[in-house]
Structures are given as C-alpha cells and as structure tokens.
Design a protein around this ligand. Structure first.
Ligand SMILES: [Cu+2]
Length: 225
C-alpha cells in the first residue's frame, strides 16, 4: 500500500516541528513546579482539542456518507452537548486548579527585584555581604527554593518571562507585580520580554542564574551606582 504524498511530507516535517518543543525558551521543557503545572495544562488542552476535533471530523464524514441510520439524539445531545461540555469543563477546572497553585503564598520566599526599561532589564538582589547589588541583564536566584520576583517598569509595559520556570507576568510602570518562581536545579535559564514594547523588544533578553549556594558573590558584575 502506498503512502499518500501529503502524509509523507508531514512525516518528513515532523522532526523540524518537534524540534521547537525543546530548547532554553520552551515551555514544554519545564525546570520548576510552576512551569511544570503550566506544561501539564498545555498537554491537557491539546488532548481536549484533539478529542473534540476528532468528533467533528467523524460527524463530517458521517454527513458526507449520507447514512440515514445516524442516531440524532446520541450525536446532538450526547456528543454535541454533554460530551463537549464535559471536555471543556475538565479543561476549565484544570486551568483554575493550575492558576490557584502558582499564586505566590505568604511564606519565606527569597525576594529579588526586576526593573524593565526600553530595552533591557536591571535586577536588584541582596549580595553575600548583605548590601544591595544591581546587575544588568543577569538575574540571580537560589536553586531549589521559592523566589518572589517583584516586577515593575521604568517606562512602558513589558512582560517578565522565564519559560522553563514560570508563566509570564506584566511589568507595569507605577505598579509592582509579584511572580513566584523556583528552579529545580542550579544552572542558567533564558528569559525575555513577552510584551511588544518598541523597536528594541526582540533584543530584550536576560539570563537567570540559579545558584546552589546563596547569596552568591556578585561583586564582579555589580553595576556602578
Ligand atoms: Cu518587550
């Protein structure tokens, strides 16, 4: 049996498409609890949409075959209403559950500050000697601990996002938003601005470094006051 050319093309393109599911900016390669919850929700939404799409395709095939033995009550009330509502309700409940889990709690989290500007990021941390240290484009956090990032903006609306650790959160002038992040292991993670903010938006990247020992010695990269 010969495989149709469209199917063969699709199979050839699959490795290229799937390559986009990994890498330092992939939400499908989570390295922290919040990102893992969001990735699980994404997979749930994908499965739900595939199930509903398959049901619609089956209905289309049945319509074109013009078979009269179709049981209208089963397909319209059973599948069309109750089954669809069930799938959508499950996805909605999962979204609420994940949203509730990733809310910052009032506990003993380490706090760092993220200040967005056109076009870059300045971060403030407490250094090893207890003094405040300001760095440009490099955020430091402890590994394996919850960290609250206090996010604000100096000019227009930006958005703080480290895809492997948590969801995105807007940086708004005159307001401080709090994002709870946690890195499972020490290492470097990529971050970026996720809200279009002008011609330099595409270059608004930063690196997040998670350390085993905390606080780290940041004296060599501290910004001059
Ligand atoms: Cu931006």
């Amino acid at each position: 049996m010969s495989v149709p050319i469209s199917v063969r093309r699709g199979l050839c393109a699959a490795p290229i498409v799937l390559a986009g599911c990994s890498g330092p900016l992939s939400t499908l390669a989570p390295s922290g609890p919040a990102a893992r919850d969001i990735a699980t929700l994404w997979w749930g939404m994908l499965i739900g949409s595939v199930v509903l799409t398959l049901m619609v395709v089956i209905l289309l095939v049945m319509a074109f075959r013009q078979k009269r033995e179709v049981e209208a009550r089963f397909w319209t009330i059973g599948m069309g209403v109750w089954f669809s509502l069930g799938v959508l309700s499950a996805v909605l409940a999962a979204g609420l559950w994940v949203g509730e889990r990733i809310i910052p709690r009032d506990d003993e989290a380490v706090t760092v500050e993220a200040h967005a500007y056109q076009w870059g990021w300045v971060f403030r941390h407490t250094g090893a000697d207890g003094a405040e240290v300001e760095t440009d484009g490099r955020l430091h956090i402890p590994a394996g601990q919850p960290v609250d990032v206090l996010i604000t903006s100096e000019d227009v609306i930006h958005s703080f996002w480290v895809p492997q650790l948590a969801g995105k959160l807007d940086a708004i002038p005159g307001r401080v938003n709090r994002a709870r992040i946690k890195a499972d292991t020490a290492g470097a993670y990529e971050g970026l601005c996720a809200e279009f903010c002008g011609v330099g938006h595409a270059h608004m990247r930063f690196t997040l470094e998670a350390h085993d020992s905390w606080p780290p010695d940041l004296s060599d990269e501290a910004e001059a006051p």
